[in-house]
Design a binder for this molecule. Structure first.
Ligand SMILES: C[S@@+](CC[C@H](N)C(=O)[O-])C[C@H]1O[C@@H](n2cnc3c(N)ncnc32)[C@H](O)[C@@H]1O
Length: 234
C-alpha cells in the first residue's frame, strides 16, 4: 500500500496563524501585521515603476499566498490577480480573492506564460532546499516572456530576524536562505537576475515615515529584516 500524502504543514497552523506569529520583538517593530505587507507592496510598486510595468495591464500570481494579505492590498491594481497555496486551510481566509489550491508543492496549477509578475513571499524557507529548484522552474514556466519573478524572504544576516524565526512555532522547520541563494535559484531556472536586490525593514513602524529616506539609502546593505530578489524571463 502507498504511504498517504502528508497534509500540508500550514493546515495545522491556519486557524491560529496570527496568534502563532505573535512575538515581542515583532510587536515592538510593528503594532499591526499590515505594516509588513504595506512595505512589501510599496517595494513592488517601486520595482514595477522602475521597469515600466503597468499593473493595470498586467497579471499577477502570488505563490504561497497563505491568508491572502498581500493579494488584498494589490489585486485591484492589476488587470487580474490570483493566488495559490498548498494549504487550503490557510486560503480559507482568502474569501473574495481568486485563489487555487496547489495539489503538488512543485507544480503550479496554471498554464505556461500566464503571468507578468509572480511573487513568492516567505515561502522558500518552508520548502526543503531539494524542492526549491523545481518550484522556481514552475515560476519561470508560468511567467510570460519579459515577466518578473520576485522572491521576498527573511534575511538570515539580520539578528532580530534570526531570533524571531527561532521562536516562532510556524517556523519550526524553516531553513532560511540568503539573497545570494535566492538569486542563484532564479538564475538556475533560466531567469535573468536583476542586480536590484533590495533589503528592507530596517526601521520599526513608528519611525518608518520619518526614516523612509534613510531606509532607501540602506537598501543595498544586506542587513534589513527581509530582502527582495528579482528575476526577469527573457
Ligand atoms: C509563512 S506562510 C507565508 C504566506 C504569505 N505568502 C504571507 O507572506 O503571508 C508560507 C506559505 O507558503 C505555503 N507553501 C509552502 N510550500 C509551498 C509550495 N511548495 N508551494 C506553494 N505554497 C507553499 C504554505 O502553505 C504557507 O501558506
Amino acid at each position: 500500500m502507498m504511504d498517504p500524502v502528508p497534509a500540508p504543514e500550514f493546515d495545522r497552523y491556519a486557524e491560529e496563524y496570527a496568534k502563532l506569529l505573535d512575538d515581542p520583538i515583532r510587536r515592538k517593530f510593528a503594532g499591526e501585521t499590515a505594516f509588513f505587507f504595506e512595505r512589501k507592496w510599496e517595494l513592488l510598486e517601486k520595482y514595477m515603476q522602475r521597469i515600466g510595468m503597468l499593473p493595470e495591464q498586467s497579471s499577477w500570481l502570488d505563490v504561497g499566498c497563505g491568508a491572502g494579505e498581500l493579494l488584498r492590498l494589490g489585486s485591484a491594481r492589476f488587470a487580474n490577480a490570483a493566488g495559490c497555496d498548498v494549504s487550503t486551510g490557510m486560503m480559507k481566509a482568502c474569501e473574495g480573492l481568486h485563489v487555487v489550491t496547489q495539489t503538488d508543492p512543485s507544480r503550479l496549477p496554471f498554464e505556461d506564460s500566464s503571468f507578468d509578475l509572480v511573487t513568492v513571499v516567505c515561502v522558500y524557507h518552508h520548502v526543503e532546499p531539494a524542492g526549491r529548484p523545481a518550484l522556481t522552474s514552475e515560476i519561470a514556466r508560468v511567467l510570460r516572456p519579459g515577466g518578473t519573478a520576485c522572491i521576498i524572504e527573511h534575511n538570515p544576516f539580520n539578528p532580530a530576524t534570526q531570533i524571531i524565526v527561532r521562536r516562532t512555532p510556524v517556523d519550526e522547520n524553516a531553513q532560511l536562505l540568503t539573497a545570494r541563494t535566492a538569486r542563484r535559484l532564479l538564475s538556475a531556472a533560466g531567469l535573468g537576475v536583476d542586480q536590484w536586490t533590495s533589503y528592507f525593514l530596517y526601521f520599526p513602524q513608528k519611525m518608518y515615515r520619518k526614516a523612509r529616506g534613510i531606509e532607501a539609502l540602506l537598501e543595498k546593505v544586506p542587513a534589513g529584516g527581509q530582502y527582495a530578489a528579482f528575476g526577469r524571463k527573457r
